[in-house]
Ligand binder design. Sequence first.
Ligand code: HEM
Length: 526
Amino acid sequence: MVSNQFISGEYALLLIISAFIAIGLAAIQRSWMPSQRYPSSIQWVGRRVERFSYFRACVRHFIYKPDLLDCGYKNFGKAGQGFVMPLSSFEPIVILPQEHIKWLIDQPASVLCPRTAAVQRMGFKYVSPDFDAQSSQIIHDAIRFHLNKKFDTLQSDMFKEMQWATDSRIGKDESWNQVNLADAMRYIIFHTLVPVLAGKCLSRNEDFTHALMKSANWVGAGSIIVGQFIPVPFRSALGRLLQIPIRSIQGSFLNHLMPVFKERLHNMRKKAEDPSFSFEAPEDMTSWLSDVILKRNIEDGAEKAFEKAYKLLLGAAFASTVLTTNHAFLDILGSESAHSIYQTLREEAESTFATPEDWLDSMKIHQLRSTDSTLKESLRLAPPTSMTLLREVLSKDGVRLPNGQWLGQGTWLAVPSIPIHTDERFYEEPDMFRPFRFLSKEDPTGKQQSRPESCVTTSDSFLSFGHGRSACAGRQFATHIMKMLVSYITMHYDIQPLPSRPLNIFMGEHPIAPEVQVMIRRRVTP
Ligand code: HEM
């Protein structure tokens, strides 16, 4: 009797503990994965019938698997249905079929917001907490009203920096040398950018440029780790930890940049007050941001506003430019037709830049059709992210998809860029790297389009720069730099082809080109 009582007491205790654990786990599941994140009307991929199945599906997919997205696309997307993709951060995303893209980009931001989900998923909110709507607006204005209209005027400065950085990093040696391709691309692109991003006065300032590169690396990697691997409750803590080195690196470039900004702002203010004051603001991002800040009347917080906007600008934009150039060279060198592709690009560069002065004429870059198509093809195979057009449902009543499926407020949705880019409905031989495919756009009806699609043209089957109102604002500039660099290298260097295209690695959902050493030599000048 005594022993029976003891067993039942122990049993009761066990029951109570189990109940607490179950309630606790359910609460964790609810707080990490609010119910709107897994709408009941939409099927999952990678989820089994088991207890805590949503939770366990996300744990199983801690390492992002591109095959799972592909599988969902083949089973549901191609049939015009959305599906739910489990993710390591316990924030499942509804993946829409390609047919819904037009509907998605037409929704106003008050219904589907492009910002709220992106700042979480890209982790900026945690590693770079300065991020706010005002900084974003300042950047947009500086890009729209200044950079996109004026970067042509900086062609000569950009070319001189690119030439100097390429010659000093890759060398002028006419015998074969081993070069880390990714490092070389990063070094050259950031040096090319300095006259535009900061001003000529900081060109070739190695401390400054090194800090810019380091900051872009830390913010890029840190934001992916925090935003895509860490569940919400732990993000702030890890974000705070990462902010320590990131602030210190940002401090290093700001030490050089802030005195330039302060002087520029002072002179621009004086000029605004007194038009006879003799000062012409140089064309560069420091002046353009100052102009936007002055026009917005951010008098007191001007320095802080500049700092925040600048940090945001450096966030991911230039890392994507480096990464894309790296992908393009690996695609070319790893192709079976490496030699002939390289030769075609070289001939195009040689005919476009027949004299040294041609490099100073920014209009010449528009003639680089084959190079443009090659970059676009690389971006098709390796867009910056596998899932793009990330949106959060903001409207209180949720939204109904064109196929009748309903999503509640707070649901995240996105579009699968890599599966769409490799769908044979949109591209012939979709897994092949065919660099010149965009020179004459394939048309399913067999008709040839009169105007080839350029790299910056987005569509519902080319999503590497996004599509619609929130498509990449800096894509003209990024493409300009990349085309210039590919031409300069093909024209002045031989590179040995690779045995095959080295496979990309996935960091979160981003395809990253591996570090590859290539054999390179300066061409023997006639
Ligand atoms: C090859 C290089 C680049 C790639 C592949 C790229 C790609 C992208 C993508 C996919 C988006 C998101 C679009 C969306 O959500 O719909 C984006 C947004 C953006 N990009 Fe780029 N980008 C690149 C370079 C740059 C550069 C160099 C700049 C700045 C000069 C820049 C500025 C921006 C801005 C401001 C946005 C936000 C647009 C908005 O929300 O309205 N990007 N980019």
